[in-house]
Design a protein around this ligand. Structure first.
Ligand code: TTP
Length: 680
């Protein structure tokens, strides 16, 4: 890329944006950067009074966001990113720091304080470069900087203020406005980088990347040099801290030391606005036990180290010899991995392929352990050995031992002196009675999706679902399949949907400010789990669950939802019957499964009952705009349902054709994303 050679240098690296901000995602994606989005879980609650200047607060928050993701990924995602980018945008006026308003009154307070005045918008950015070493340690290199842009607001009348607040736009934006949309009408002038106001100082970021990569790539062995330097505390700071020749004139903001609100920053060097420096290295070590991440030394203790160790050992063997592969006809193919290639395969490539090849074995091991209720048992009786587990689950000792050991290697169990316990992950997600249990969904995957995917080759060849091969009756619709079967099968299917709604419900329900809506209707809302989350998140809201009569009849099996008197059930078919009246309609995991024809029938019916201003909340997995991910959405498409997976923009266009204007999109980092639209 001639425009910015640094962006192309990142190709092939695992770049992670530690942000849920759709604006940051768009800014970076627009310049061709390929990255994954892993929103940070860092709570933005640093004590502002500890900071000498507002931008220091933004930089520190950006740093904590990025580090949280850099530390979490090796444990939760089982991969170490190359680069994690965190950012935080704040607005400052009259010595106050304004972040995102918590409600409309807060938005009013913020916007009226900006009226007729010039204010500053600061975005702090942290780039964490992770260097993974042979011995499994990870060195972190931290580059942080900020950008200031001055913005002047026109005088705002009360009417203007409230009209703007009621548009819903201020709620997820620092200072309560979005300069890139309706908020642009409030602005008289902007001095500085416009994109910095929108949430990401792209120009400054590219300059910082040039510094990192122009330095690093001058070395013949980029990683080892970096690691060596950082371990000796002589990280490329000396190079990186040279003044940047092309940085904007905001250097007049002068240098500032990073205060130490948390122990994580205790060993940091000083950073200047225009002369960013890398912090001394923070050595990260994975150990073989399950415990907390230590903030002060950033020592990462990886509960999955046994898994990693085992896998690496296996792959190293195969690097030196041959990879045994099984052909589709079952023959063993001896494949020399180096035979057809000029260079040795990279360790990370082998690791990735190994993971993919073994993926189905891991899924089935999980399904089997869940089906045998191993996680329930070990929750009730931790510390059993394989023979005791075998006796309880009525299985062979040999088979149970293999399964338990496999589960340990997958991070689902821990073992000590040949006795077994659940990991935290198993306790919170795999026990059948856990609050956020995925047990029902796992059972559904095993019962329905597993057999379906065993016919994938035919599905791809023929271009339609192979469901008729795996269910005795013909209907293709998953829900109808379940309803042609026994009551038990219906309940199992509802339980699967219930699990997903419980796990994803809060993220979806809290994604937007919906305080203006008093009545909602969750179309196809199944057991009411999602509806329940909406009533919890919005105390003034009642939600009707509209679903097929057979679903409504069985929904009472899912207690304690029925004790929630703001959730009610209405039986009907949304293709045939009149829809209940509501201010807000919720469509969670419905559209991706419908044919274009059915989808337009449903959306037309919703549009007909919606008055202008009514809301539509859509929740699905949103594909990346270039359809390169996430895998979860693309793999789901392989089941060849009648519908299709779409990106947020594709859904927006679809909804616009029925008169719904997209107000906000949220990539939640949970099982489902969300989009909020308003009827024009
Ligand atoms: C001032 C202003 C802010 N914003 C947005 C940018 C940021 O998304 C948001 C500030 O909140 P941030 O806390 O910086 O970011 P975020 O919560 O959206 O995402 P994350 O914490 O996961 O990184 O305000 C605009 O979109 N337009 C504007 O004009």
């Amino acid at each position: 890329m001639v425009l910015n050679p640094v962006i192309s240098k990142l190709a092939g690296k695992l770049v992670v944006l530690a942000s849920a901000s759709p604006r940051r995602l768009e800014i970076l994606r627009n310049v061709g950067l390929r990255f994954e989005v892993v929103p940070s879980w860092f709570k933005e609650t640093l004590d502002k009074s500890l900071f000498k200047a507002p931008h220091e607060y933004a930089v520190e928050t950006a740093k904590q966001k990025a580090l949280e993701v850099a530390r979490r990924m090796p444990i939760k995602h089982l991969k170490t990113p190359d680069i994690v980018i965190g950012a935080d945008t704040i607005v400052t006026v009259d010595g106050m720091i304004l972040e995102k308003p918590v409600d409309k009154h807060d938005a009013y307070r913020m916007l009226s304080s900006l009226s007729g005045k010039e204010h500053s918008v600061y975005t702090g950015v942290a780039i964490v470069v992770c260097h993974e070493k042979e011995n499994e340690e990870v060195d972190y290199q931290l580059i942080q900087f900020y950008e200031e842009t001055k913005v002047k607001f026109a005088d705002l009348s009360e009417d203007m203020l409230w009209e703007y607040i009621n548009s819903g736009e201020p709620m997820d934006k620092a200072g309560g406005y979005g300069i890139q949309a309706l908020g642009g009408m409030l602005v008289e002038y902007v001095h500085g980088d416009f994109l910095n106001v929108v949430g990401f100082p792209l120009n400054h970021f590219c300059k910082q990347l040039s510094l990192i990569y122009n330095h690093c790539t001058s070395s013949s062995d980029q990683k080892s040099e970096s690691v060596h330097l950082s371990l000796n505390g002589t990280h490329p700071t000396s190079v990186l801290s040279q003044p940047t020749p092309n940085v904007p004139t905001q250097s007049s903001h002068g240098s500032s030391s990073i205060p130490k609100p948390s122990s994580a920053s205790s060993s940091q060097t000083h950073h200047t606005h225009c002369s960013p420096s890398a912090s001394p290295a923070h050595k990260v070590k994975r150990k073989g036990s399950d415990s907390e991440v230590s903030q002060s030394s950033w020592t990462l203790v990886n509960s999955l180290s046994k898994h990693t160790d085992g896998r690496e050992a296996k792959l190293r063997d195969s690097e030196n010899t041959t990879l045994p592969l099984i052909s589709s006809s079952g023959q063993l193919i001896e494949h020399d991995v180096t035979e057809h290639e000029d260079s040795e395969p990279r360790k990370e490539d082998l690791e990735r392929i190994g993971e993919l090849i073994d993926g189905f074995k891991a899924s089935k091991a999980l399904f089997t352990a869940a089906r045998l209720r191993v996680f329930d048992l070990l929750h009730r009786m931790p510390g059993l050995d394989a023979a005791q587990v075998a006796q309880e689950v009525k299985a062979s000792v040999k088979g149970t031992e293999c399964l338990l050991e496999a589960c340990v290697s997958l991070g689902l169990l821990t073992s000590k002196e040949r006795t077994y316990e659940n990991t935290d992950l198993a306790t919170s997600l795999l026990r059948s009675d856990a609050c956020f249990s995925l047990h029902g969904y796992i059972q559904h995957c095993d019962d329905t999706l597993w057999p379906l995917f065993s016919h994938l080759e035919s599905a791809v060849e023929e271009g339609h679902s192979q469901r008729e091969k795996v269910v005795s009756n013909k209907p293709k619709d998953m829900l109808k399949d379940a309803f042609h079967n026994s009551q038990e099968a219906k309940l199992r299917f509802m339980n699967a949907m219930h699990c997903v709604a419980k796990v994803a419900g809060k993220s979806v329900a809290t994604a937007f400010d919906l305080s203006r809506y008093k009545t909602a209707c969750d179309l196809g809302g199944c057991t009411g789990a999602m509806a329940c989350e909406f009533t919890k998140a919005h105390p003034g809201m009642s939600v009707m669950v509209f679903d097929l009569p057979a679903v409504v009849e069985l929904s009472e099996h899912f207690h304690p939802l029925h004790s929630n008197n703001r959730v009610s059930f209405v039986a009907g078919d949304f293709f045939q019957d009149e829809l209940p009246k509501a201010d807000l309609y919720i469509l969670a995991r419905i559209l991706h499964d419908l044919t274009d024809e059915k989808l337009h029938i449903l959306l037309s019916k919703i549009a007909d009952v919606c008055k202008p201003g009514c809301g539509l909340l859509l929740s699905e997995i949103f594909l990346d705009e270039d359809r390169s991910g996430p895998s979860r959405g693309l793999l789901q498409a392989l089941s060849m349902s009648e519908g299709k997976q779409r990106s947020a923009t594709e859904y927006s266009v679809l909804l616009k054709s029925h008169g719904f204007i997209t107000a906000q999109i949220r990539h939640t980092d949970n099982l489902l994303d969300a989009m909020f639209c308003i009827k024009a």
